[in-house]
Design a binder for this molecule. Sequence first.
Ligand code: GTP
Ligand code: MG
Length: 361
Amino acid sequence: SPYSSQRRHASKHRFFVVELSQALFDFVIRLLPAQEEMAVKEDVRKLLERLIRTIEPDSRLLSFGSTANGFSLRNSDMDLCCLIDSAERLSASDMVTMLGDLLERETKFHVKPLPHARIPIVKLSLDPSPGLPHGIACDIGFENRLALENTRLLMCYAMIDPTRVRTLVLFLKVWSKRRNINSPYQGTLSSYGYVLLVIYFLIHVKNPPVLPNLQQMPPLRPISQEDTHIGGHNTWFFDDIELLRQRWQSSNTDSVADLLIDFFRYYSRDFTYNTGVASIRGGLLKKDSKGWQNELAAGRYNDSRERNRFCIEDPFEIDFNVARCVTKEGLYQIRGEFMRASRILAMRPRASVALAQLCEE
Ligand code: GTP
Ligand code: MG
């Protein structure tokens, strides 16, 4: 009867989803950095901090990006930010030049200072060695306080629902790297962009939501303008996660696999790429309302249109499109990959086959 065939269908789907969720956990766990790797990275950070203090005694070297937000994979690079607490400090580009010279003299790192980049940084790397089979790659920037704050925001989201959020994010990072759609320099999207897509989906697309909107929750006590703004950007968000856990619980019970299937479906079919802006702060916004697409000016300012093919608002720098590097071809490729992933999962193969196909290089 149609009724029993529907039931068979439903139970086959449930089996697929349970098996796939388990496979996703197992897959991701194997890609986490070993304790050893974390320890080596922390040693490197301390060593570099000691050296930098010979130039600027009042400086601190903090890690941000994946090493600090809970979304790090094995051998991921290390993002470091130097903060200088004294009033009279050198400019970022002078610091880059001086630190470059110092590290070249005093360490075994390969050093590449980029003092004239939009954000001046020193790039460092260590060749692989027996204790460090993949070497280390590291960027040191200066005074990038917004990056430290957005790292903390992502970390807080990861802490609210560690299992589902981290599994989804880590899987999508691996998937996007293996499918070759994780390189802003080649017209596709950064890891940071993919993380924002996941969080946007969990706050604003899923109903009931898996995550609350930390930037829109009422503060516990009055807050002053200067406590919450960095360079004119409002960086306030609710960060007392312990308290949040006592007061807020998602009523969404979807498994990781359910969420992954919906994620791919949403971004292959439903997200309005031509007009929409994904904003974790404000939900689905319009390109028009942000001045990110101007039909009339399209002919004259061709490259501004090119910069806004795909729009993801930065959580704090709201004038900044995190997906600005995505080109027409890049977006075509990314959407093609979302569709491919949806197609694979719709066939409901065995979980191990599904993951192998999804991440095929
Ligand atoms: P992997 O290096 O691939 O492991 O990922 P990741 O999590 O370190 O992300 P990514 O290297 O893309 O970015 C590292 C950090 O740099 C992010 O957490 C942000 O803090 C910052 N960042 C990266 N891209 C942008 C950007 O376009 N705008 C801003 N404001 N910050 C960015
Ligand atoms: Mg990184």
